[in-house]
Design a protein around this ligand. Sequence first.
Ligand SMILES: [Zn+2]
Length: 297
Amino acid sequence: MFKDLFHKRKYATVPSERERSDSQERPKRDIPEGLMNKCPKCGTIQFSKELEKNLKVCPSCGHHFRLSAWERIGMTLDDGRLSEFDADMISEDPLEFPGYAPKLETQKKSSGLKDAVVTGTGEIGGFPVVVAVMSFDFFSGSMGSVVGEKITRAIEQAHERRLPMIIFSTSGGARMQESILSLMQMAKTSAALAKFQSDGGLYISVMTDPTTGGVTASFASLGDYNLAEPGALIGFAGRIVIEQTIRQKLPDNFQTAEFNLQHGQLDRVVHRKDMKSTLTRVLDMHAPVKEETAHGV
Ligand SMILES: [Zn+2]
C-alpha cells in the first residue's frame, strides 16, 4: 500500500557515464534522470547543470564533488585538450587472482576507462606540461601495475621533453588483487620522480578526495609543490586502524587537506575555481627564460 505513495520519484539520481550514453535509446520518462543532485555534505539539492557550471562544487557549502579523469582534464587543460599516452594499456591479471578479471571488465564498462589513470601532454595557461590524472570511478582509483607503469612512463616523457609534470591523485591505495606487483609501483614511480627532479624537473602534485594508501606514500607526497583541493581526505592508513593502534581518539578534521596543511604536509589548499590559475602561476615562475633578441623584442 505504501508503494503508491512513492510511485513518482521527486528527484532522480545521477546516472553513471554508461547510463548516460544509454539514456538516448530509452523511452522518455516524466522526470529526466540526472536532473538534480544532492550534496552529500549539506544535503542541498541543486540542478546538475548548475552544479557542473560551478565546476562540481556545491554552491551552498563548498563541497568539492569527485571528478572523473576526463572531467578534470576538461576543466584544467587549455581547451580540454590532451594528447594521450598509452591509451590502450590494460592489466593482464598476472596473478590470476580469483574474480579479478571479470571485475576489471565491469570497471571498464562502468567508467569508460581502461584503468585508473589517464596520462598525456597538453597545455595549462599556454605552458606545455605532462599530466597524469587519476579517476576514482575505476576500481576506487587503486594503483596496480598499469597505473604505476603509465605514471612512470609519463614522468619519463616529461624528463625527455624537459616539461613540468603534474599528477592529480585520487586513490583508495594499492590494488590488492595485484599484490606485490602493485606495491612495487610505489618504488618505481618514486624512483622515476627522483631521477626527474634531481635533473631539475618540476613536479606539482595535486591531491584530490580521497588520496590514501600507497599513492599517498609514494608519488602524491613527493611534489616540489604539494597542493590539495579543500576537504580532500589525505592519509595513509584509515582513521579506525590508527585509533585502534594508538588507542587514542583522533581530531574530527584528521586527514583532511586543511589538517595536512596545518601540519606541514601540504603547501597550499586550492579551491577548484582557482586551481588552473594557481598552476599557471607556478608554471610561469618556473618557465625557462626566453632569450631576447638584440633589439629586445
Ligand atoms: Zn553542500
